[in-house]
Write a protein that binds this ligand. Structure first.
Ligand code: ATP
Length: 246
């Protein structure tokens, strides 16, 4: 198939990501609502300047250290993540020893199987969240995402939840887990509730996180609230630069 987006297009990168998600939607991985959630993320990425900010780099370093020090880390995978970066999820799992668990908000057996197939195609060996016999419920949550695997998220000390909704982040926190998230929106409940929110496009940030894990970073103090404030200030600075008249 002839590529629709020319490499020379000024917004090529962003459009490639859209194209990837559209394909993932067509193949049953991503829910319609997932496309809209991506739109919200895109808007914030524009404001951030579509690059990994200083604050995000700091959060990535802290996340790498938390993951490497974790005893039972788990990466929670939804449709958008499976559609955007399946290979990177598997690489992150490999370098940190984290298990991979499928956990969907708009859950259906068919979509779960599509996510599983994609992860397998990209090299995943063990994927949790698909065997009903291992189901456990997280309390304080009404959505389908409360069902977790007893050998995965239920037993985890650290959970990576890329592109999460606020309710579940809160439920994971109440269950005593440390939560690492990727969220382009520094104002979201997820970003505000997580222990470490990486305010970056997951497509860029996950590569950086893998590299940071390979470097074996030492533990440094990290304050999520302060880091989110720094992310907002970086957005403000970026906007101020753009607001300067010629
Ligand atoms: P919350 O419930 O946490 O307040 P929300 O209602 O925005 O947030 P969702 O609708 O689940 O939660 O949206 C998912 C979040 O994922 C959005 O905040 C959006 O900014 C973010 N997002 C979407 N695409 C990406 C991406 N590619 N990388 C990082 N973050 C993204």
């Amino acid at each position: 198939m002839k590529p629709v987006i020319p490499k020379s297009h000024p917004r090529a990168k962003s459009l490639y990501i859209r194209e990837k998600l559209a394909h993932a939607f067509d193949s049953g991985l991503v829910a319609k609502e997932g496309l809209m959630a991506h739109g919200r993320g895109e808007a914030f990425d524009y404001l951030i300047g579509e690059r990994t900010s200083k604050a995000a780099r700091k959060a990535i370093k802290a996340a790498a250290s938390m993951l490497l020090l974790a005893k039972t880390p788990v990466i929670s995978v939804n449709g958008n993540i499976a559609g955007l970066c399946p290979r990177e999820i598997i690489e992150l799992s490999r370098v940190t020893g984290a298990k991979i668990e499928i956990n969907l908000f708009y859950a259906s057996e068919k979509r779960k199987q599509s996510v599983l197939k994609t992860l397998r195609k990209n090299g995943a060996k063990t994927v949790l969240g698909t065997d009903r016999r291992n189901s456990k419920k997280l309390s304080g949550l009404d959505s389908a995402r409360r069902i977790v695997d007893k050998n995965g998220i239920y037993a985890a000390d650290v959970v990576v939840v890329p592109l999460e909704d606020g309710d579940r982040t809160l439920a994971l926190k109440k269950a005593g887990k440390k939560v690492i998230t990727f969220d382009l929106n520094p104002l979201s409940r997820t970003a505000q509730t997580a222990d470490i929110a990486i305010v970056d496009n997951v497509v860029r940030g996950i590569q950086e996180l893998i590299s940071a894990c390979k470097k074996n970073p030492s533990k440094t103090p990290f304050d999520n609230k302060k880091n989110l404030a720094d992310s907002i200030i970086e957005i403000k600075k970026n906007l101020m630069k753009r607001a300067v008249r010629a």
